[in-house]
Design a binder for this molecule. Structure first.
Ligand SMILES: [Zn+2]
Length: 439
């Protein structure tokens, strides 16, 4: 028994050795020029932004050992404000684990829901929850498994509808977990499932809409981040490049067929922004594409959940121009942000709403929200969920805030869906309504 305990202890604490010597910093540019130069430093110094900075609002960046001196030199030369987030990334990840474990112990005997929102859940628990909901509410919930992931896990989403999508209601589609380490995104979508069938307080949402809820787009990556390498972002494919066996995975949010691999991406499979060997090389992004295309003429709103940053972002992300639907995108985005801010906690950052390339001062192509918008989804958003406040050191949102973030995000989605429904119905009653691409 003693040997087993020692072994378990050692295996837990050996878990984050990969991050030995890594450091992370809060960075707070005060001008657009500083923000731009910082974001564009990425390929040179292999910086990894865990939370996105904007002008006068700090983000968090992880810096690997070989680049730390050059990074600090750059920050001094550019006169950009920064301070240490985690002096030792490995030690911080160990502390994050302890926080999760302590929370697990504290809530173990008080579970009233299958998926609790007091802690992060392993993939198996989330999948079991989806299976259970589909069985228990079989009149309204349909489990769909469009394909298996690269490593052979089922890819699963739920369709929720009062009439199995037959009467042509507008469709709302939420997805999450494309970026493996963005754990907080997943409960925001399981919470939407919970609010649509288990704890219904807005019955109009199922009377007037059909829903697609896809909590874990990248199950291989999530499992790998959960069990092996916490900061893993990509898929786990190894068939994209001769180096892919050594550097697996593709950045799913650079893999969509929208100005693919032209800006803010990498052709190097060892990069966290690797766009893949071709557009839609990944079975996981193809699964999302399949949903978008299947429901295109009814899709009133698509939201893809990411973290961190407290932002609602819209197209076009590759060049910062606005689409012809920018007014609606901005108006509905602000209404969602407004409700979220009102439902949020005072020490959480306020939401920012805008064009992704302009807000982040960083252009990137091949993202799912841009792709969805380009094929005709008028309201397509990326949410960057809240994560780090000043003074927090972890790489996860503290689990005690999971329920808060899930509930406030849902409040935003509720308003967004209702607004999207109004716009959808107004467009549908126009005589020459054409839902094909006009952008
Ligand atoms: Zn992301």
């Amino acid at each position: 028994m003693k040997v087993l305990l020692v072994f378990l202890f050692a295996s837990v604490y050996a878990k984050h050795e990969l991050y030995e010597g890594w450091k992370s910093f809060y960075v707070k540019p005060s001008t657009d020029v500083q923000l731009k130069s910082l974001r564009n430093l990425n390929p040179e110094l292999d910086l990894d932004f865990i939370s996105y900075p904007t002008v006068d609002r700090e983000g968090v960046v992880v810096v690997k050992p070989p680049f730390q001196d050059d990074f600090l030199k750059f920050m001094a030369e550019e006169n950009i404000e920064y301070w240490v987030h985690a002096e030792d990334v490995k030690a911080q990840l160990d502390q994050d684990d302890q926080l999760i474990e302590a929370q697990r112990k504290a809530t173990r005997f008080s579970r009233s829901e299958r998926v609790t929102y007091e802690n992060y859940q392993p993939l198996e628990v989330i999948y079991e929850y989806m299976d259970t909901v589909a069985r228990k509410y079989s009149q309204t919930v349909t489990l769909v498994t469009p394909a298996n992931s690269f490593e052979g896990r089922p890819i699963k989403y739920l369709k929720i509808s009062k009439d199995n999508f037959k009467s042509g209601k507008p469709v709302i589609f939420l997805d999450a977990g494309l970026h493996a380490r963005e754990w907080i995104t997943i409960p925001t979508v399981t919470y939407a499932i919970h609010k649509l069938v288990e704890n219904v307080t807005e019955p109009d949402l199922l009377d007037k809409f059909d829903w697609i809820l896809f909590p874990v787009v990248n199950p291989d990556g999530y499992k790998y981040s959960y069990d092996v390498a916490r900061l893993w972002r990509k898929t786990r494919s190894t068939d994209q490049h001769s180096l892919s066996a050594m550097c697996p995975g593709v950045d799913g949010n650079r893999n969509y067929d929208f100005f693919w691999n032209t800006v803010g991406t990498s052709s190097n499979p060892c990069s966290d922004q690797y766009a893949g060997g071709r557009p839609f090389s990944e079975v996981e992004t193809r699964a999302v594409d399949g949903i978008l295309k299947e429901h295109l003429n009814k899709l009133a709103m698509y939201i893809t959940m990411h973290s961190f940053g407290s932002m609602i972002l819209y197209s076009w992300g590759h060049d910062g121009t606005l689409s012809e639907h920018a007014f609606d995108l901005h108006t509905v985005g602000v209404k969602m942000a407004d409700v979220i801010v009102k439902s949020s906690l005072s020490h959480f950052p306020r939401y920012i709403v805008g064009n992704s390339a302009l807000v982040l001062n960083y252009r990137a192509s091949g993202g799912s929200e841009d792709y969805a918008h380009s094929i005709g989804v008028k309201l397509a958003y990326t949410f960057e969920l809240p994560g780090f406040g000043r003074g927090g050191n972890g790489f996860i949102l503290n689990p005690r805030y999971i329920k808060q973030v899930s509930a406030e995000t849902w409040a935003g989605v509720v308003i967004g869906a209702r607004e999207a429904g109004k716009l959808f119905n107004a467009r549908s009653t126009q005589p020459n309504f054409d839902n094909t691409r006009q952008d």
